[in-house]
Design a binder for this molecule. Structure first.
Ligand code: ADP
Ligand code: MG
Length: 626
């Protein structure tokens, strides 16, 4: 008899909810990682070789190659690779001031510069999407294999969503570009989370921190410092600061300049990548040793720790300056800080640790791998957001990193949402007309801390039309700003007496047009199809070769088992298959393989019979029985 589940009136019977699959992704300037949170806690997902870090590097080899796009370690080995693409996300050509090992092309229509590759011009968003695809594939295969076993629902490779991290400093355009990259990679973004917040999530859960915590994140390309208050599982960001153009890459460049000065060798364009990796290796060595020998283009020299510190101390000083500013923003003194969390590969440098420790006058927290902290936190957050019960009391409060405002008379910026306001948030302010009978009002949305329009970043312009003619100053125009949980902004304006309205979802100046995103998504699907087709062709070719070889060798041994017409038919079918192998047509190869297979079935059966017979020949029945 079946058991009935009985529930009290007003209560719905409890059903076990299907586990949802979510990933946390740290899309770093230098390295990217993917992590997953299971019942046992979060873990970083490694590749087949056990590597957790995926270098954020992409190489396009061209469409005709079996592997048209390389990502990570294989891309690094390729001479023409694209690195640090995160620095280009949502930026205009004029924002990019450092030397690149690849060529940028400014599109006629304005917007993000495009990168010259073997496969044509690529947007930084598309390049990031390639990195995300590899991480997602890694995540999918892990979820399918590992978690699929634990839960009733098989993970069929579908991911319910991801949490993607961005530097706290990222502005609208950069956030939007990051989200677009995920869309192109076919991923659903549950939330963009700022990297320091993710780090706090990882540490807060493991250590149950309480108090005022500094998250000091010095990676390869970005520096982020955040001051957070942790209390009873609530993380609140009090202030953020940092620099989108400061990180370990700058340490590398300082060493490169030193080599250049000492060796008097002016590196050629094609030597820059080599010199940069020599510099990086030297830097890593100096984290453990007192001196390192460098060899470049026939020159060699010794860089001592002392000399190295002279090169990088000014850079470390910049990070401390940003720390001072964050403390000032939050009106907090150094001695009110209870903990300092170290995040990012560059915090492995003893000099960085020494200086930060001295600045904050307390021991640093660095038990978790500084490379992994952000991805682990993102995975925990992703798991909560898809509705798995991991730690449901956890509440996350994030802030908008830069002030948002509107242009007023005299090219001044009126701030509507100040920086470090907790998001999601909506704020409104009232404005009025300036001329008698004015029926149109232009609205110019800006982001930044400065007072003058020209010093802030222009986000969008739109107009409110149809204001009833009134004397100057009589109309009441309410402008409201709304920032969602991802930090994305929409602005609306309404004239109150008439109710005329206008609104805009802010399309960042260096974002992509919807059309462009669509076409990139399509191109990405086409590529996936192309890859799939190519794989199928390869598999069919291998199958065909296997069959040909088997039949060839069978004919060499046992051709006499066939009569002339059978032999002829088989040979014909065999050469037909050999011929189609050159065609590159997967279907045709499969058809001919199947035909040959079928035709050879009788032959195979006869060979089997004859082998059994020959095994029996010359043996007594007794022997056969045994
Ligand atoms: P991002 O967040 O920008 O992707 P990561 O957190 O992965 O960067 O940090 C990468 C940076 O850390 C690189 O500049 C790398 O050279 C640096 N790094 C890694 N290990 C060490 C080390 N042992 N000593 C000094 N720097 C290191
Ligand atoms: Mg990082």
């Amino acid at each position: 008899m079946a058991l009935l589940s009985i529930s009290e009136p007003g209560q719905s019977p409890k059903r076990s909810q299907a586990k949802k699959y979510a990933l946390g992704i740290d899309l770093g300037t230098t390295n990217s990682l993917v992590a997953s949170a299971s019942a046992d806690g979060p873990c970083v997902i490694t590749d087949q070789d056990g590597a957790a870090l995926l270098p954020s590097v992409v190489a396009y080899l061209g469409k005709d190659k079996p592997e048209p796009v390389l990502v990570g370690e294989p891309a690094l080995k390729h001479a023409e690779h694209i690195s640090s693409v995160k620095r280009l996300m949502g930026r205009g050509a004029s924002d990019i001031k450092h030397k690149l090992s690849y060529t940028l092309v400014e599109p006629e229509t304005g917007g993000m510069p495009l990168i010259e590759t073997q496969a044509g011009l690529k947007s930084p968003v598309e390049v990031s999407a390639e990195i995300l695809k590899v991480l997602a594939a890694r995540g999918k295969s892990y979820l399918g294999k590992e978690l699929g076993k634990e839960v009733d629902k098989e993970c069929d490779g579908e991911i319910d969503g991801i949490v993607l991290t961005v530097p706290a400093y990222f502005d609208e355009a950069q956030r939007q570009a990051t989200k677009d990259a995920a869309r192109i990679a076919g991923l659903k973004v549950l939330r963009l989370l700022s990297e320091p917040t993710a780090a706090a999530v990882a540490y807060g859960l493991d250590k149950k921190l309480e108090g005022n915590v500094i998250i000091f994140d010095l990676g390869g390309g970005t520096f982020d410092v955040s001051l957070m208050r942790l209390e009873k599982g609530v993380f609140e960001v009090l202030a953020t600061g940092g620099d989108t153009a400061l990180g370990g890459d700058d340490f590398d460049r300082a060493i490169m300049r030193w080599v250049q000065e000492e060796s008097k060798v002016e590196p050629k364009q094609e030597q820059i990548a080599e010199l940069s990796s020599i510099a990086r290796e030297a830097k890593h060595t100096l984290s453990n040793k007192d001196a390192v020998e460098l060899n470049f283009s026939g020159w060699s020299g010794i860089l001592s720790r002392e000399n190295y510190y002279q090169l990088v101390d000014p850079l470390i000083e910049l990070t401390l300056k940003a720390c001072r500013r964050v403390l000032r923003d939050a009106a907090m003194k150094v001695d009110e800080i209870t903990d300092v969390v170290m995040v990012g590969g560059s915090t492995r440098s003893p000099r960085v640790q020494e200086k930060v420790e001295r600045f904050f006058q307390r021991p640093l927290l660095n038990e978790l791998d500084p490379d992994q902290v952000v991805a682990l936190g993102a995975a925990i957050q992703a798991d909560i957001l898809v509705g798995n019960k991991y730690d449901s009391d956890l509440l996350l409060l994030d802030v908008n990193p830069l002030s948002l405002g509107i242009e007023t008379m005299g090219s001044l910026v009126e701030k509507i949402i100040p920086r470090n306001t907790t998001i999601p948030v909506s704020r409104a302010q009232e404005f009025t007309t300036f001329k008698d009978g004015q029926t149109v009002m232009s609205l110019h949305v800006l982001q930044g801390e400065r007072e003058l329009v020209e010093d802030c970043r222009s986000l969008a312009k739109f107009e409110l039309r149809g204001i009833p003619p009134m004397v100057a100053g009589a109309a009441v125009i309410r402008v409201s700003f709304q920032v969602d949980a991802d930090g994305l902004l929409s602005v609306a304006a309404e004239e109150k007496s008439s109710g005329v309205k206008s609104s805009i979802v802010v399309k960042p100046s260096f974002g992509l047009e919807e059309k462009e995103i669509e076409s990139m998504i399509k191109a990405s699907h086409r590529e996936a199809e192309h890859d799939r087709d190519l794989r199928r062709l390869k598999e069919n070719e291998v199958d065909a070769l296997r069959i040909i070889e088997a039949i060839d060798s069978a004919l060499a041994q046992d051709a006499e088992l066939l009569d002339t017409s059978e032999l002829k038919a088989l040979q014909q079918s065999l050469s037909a298959l050999q011929e189609t192998l050159k065609s590159g047509d997967a279907d045709l190869i499969q058809q001919h393989s199947e035909a040959l297979n079928e035709l050879s079935a009788t032959f195979a059966a006869r060979r089997m019979d004859s082998q059994i017979k020959s095994a029996f020949t010359g043996k007594t029945l007794d022997e056969v029985d045994r």
